[in-house]
Ligand binder design. Structure first.
Ligand SMILES: NC(=O)c1ccc[n+]([C@@H]2O[C@H](COP(=O)([O-])OP(=O)(O)OC[C@H]3O[C@@H](n4cnc5c(N)ncnc54)[C@H](OP(=O)(O)O)[C@@H]3O)[C@@H](O)[C@H]2O)c1
Length: 294
C-alpha cells in the first residue's frame, strides 16, 4: 500500500472529481473512499479518466472503501460492498474497512434517529459478526485485504485474537496531538499497517498545523507545516491520508521527505493532547464536529 494516500472526504461533487484527477497527476496511487462520503461515483469517474489519460493501470492504484455503520449485519455486508464497487466502477477492491465499530439500525438510512434525535444503535450484531462477513470477501477475492477504522486498542485486541483473517490496516485519527503510540506499536508488532487520518488535525486552528514546534521545524528545514506533519506520520512507521483540493496542494502534500532526527524527536515531545474527530468517543456519525476557521 503506498504510504501517502489521497482521501476523498470532500463535500461537493465537482471538487471530488477535480481533486481526484489532480491527485493522480501529482502521483498519488492510494485512494481512500467511503460509502459514507456519498461521492464514490464521482471518485470512480475521475479514476477512470485519470487511468485512461495517464497510462496508469488498475494494478498501479490501491483503492480502499468503507462499510458504513448501518450495514453491519452480516447479510448486508456483501451487498454494501458490491454497491460501493459498482459506484467506483471497479472489479475488486484493494482494501475494505469497517468504517467505525458502531452498528446502527440496519437499513438504507445512514443516520437513523429516534424521535428525540438520538442515533439508533443496533444491539443485535457484534463487530466479530461483521468481521466474519468481511472475511468472506477476501475468501472470494472481492477485496484483497480487510481492516478497521476508528477503533481503539481495547476493541482491536479481542477482534485481532478471534479473526481468521487478521486486519491488514487500522485507520485512525493520528497527529502529534493524538499520537496513538500504543496502537501504533501494537500494529507494528502484529504486521498491521497503521494508517493515520487527519494528519493536519483536519486543518482546525488552533491545532497541529500551526503549532509553534511544527512551524519552527518548517521554517528551519525549508518545508511547509503540512509537509512536516505528513513526513512525521510516515517516518514513525505508518501510512497517512491527506485531502488536497487543488493541484498545488496535491504536489505540496505529496512532496515529503525524511525529517532530521532532532526535528522528529522534537515533534514526539509535543505534549498537547487533542482529538479533533469525535466519532470514537460518541459513536455519533459526524466527522468534523468542530467549526473550522473561515
Ligand atoms: N475513518 C474515518 O473515520 C475518517 C475520518 C476523517 C477522515 N478520514 C479520511 O482521511 C482523509 C484525510 O482527512 P482530513 O482531510 O480531514 O485530514 P487533514 O489533512 O488533517 O485535514 C484536511 C484539512 O487540512 C487542510 N490542508 C490540506 N493540505 C494543506 C496544506 N498543505 N496546508 C494547509 N492546510 C492544508 C485542508 O484545507 P482546505 O479545506 O483548504 O483544502 C483541510 O481543511 C479524508 O479525506 C478521509 O479519506 C477518515
Amino acid at each position: 500500500m503506498p504510504a501517502v494516500g489521497f482521501g476523498t472526504l470532500i463535500a461537493d461533487a465537482a471538487t471530488t472529481i477535480s481533486a481526484t484527477r489532480d491527485a493522480l497527476q501529482a502521483g498519488y496511487r492510494h485512494i481512500d473512499c467511503a460509502e459514507r462520503y456519498r461521492n464514490e461515483r464521482e471518485v470512480g469517474e475521475a479514476l477512470r479518466a485519470g487511468l485512461a489519460a495517464g497510462g496508469i493501470t488498475r494494478e498501479d492504484i490501491f483503492v480502499t472503501t468503507k462499510l458504513w455503520n448501518s450495514n453491519h449485519r452480516p447479510e448486508r455486508v456483501w451487498p454494501a460492498f458490491e454497491a460501493s464497487v459498482e459506484r467506483l466502477g471497479l472489479d475488486y477492491l484493494d482494501l475494505y474497512l469497517i468504517h467505525t465499530p458502531f452498528a446502527f439500525q440496519p437499513g438504507d438510512e445512514q443516520d437513523p434517529r429516534d424521535e428525540n434525535g438520538d442515533v439508533i444503535y443496533d444491539k443485535g450484531v457484534t463487530l466479530l459478526d461483521t468481521w466474519r462477513a468481511m472475511e468472506e470477501l477476501v475468501d472470494h477475492g472481492r477485496s484483497r485485504a480487510i481492516g478497521l477504522s476508528d477503533i481503539t486498542l481495547n476493541e482491536l485486541r479481542p477482534l485481532y485474537e478471534s479473526a481468521r483473517i487478521k486486519p491488514a490496516v487500522v485507520q485512525v485519527e493520528a497527529h502529534p496531538y493524538l499520537p496513538e503510540t500504543e496502537l501504533l506499536e501494537f500494529c507494528k508488532e502484529n504486521g498491521i499497517v497503521f494508517l493515520a487520518f487527519a494528519p493536519l488535525g483536519h486543518g482546525i486552528r488552533p491545532g497541529p498545523i500551526e503549532d509553534p514546534v511544527i512551524s519552527g521545524i518548517a521554517a528551519r528545514t525549508g518545508r511547509t507545516p503540512a509537509q512536516v506533519l505528513l513526513a512525521w506520520a510516515v517516518q514513525r512507521g505508518g501510512a497517512v491520508l491527506t485531502t488536497p483540493k487543488s493541484a498545488a496542494r496535491a504536489r505540496e502534500n505529496f512532496d515529503i521527505s525524511m525529517l532530521p532526527a532532532d526535528a522528529f524527536d522534537e515533534i514526539d515531545r509535543i505534549e498537547t493532547r487533542q482529538r479533533f474527530n469525535e466519532v470514537v468517543k460518541t459513536g455519533s456519525p459526524g466527522f468534523i464536529p468542530q467549526s473550522k476557521p473561515q
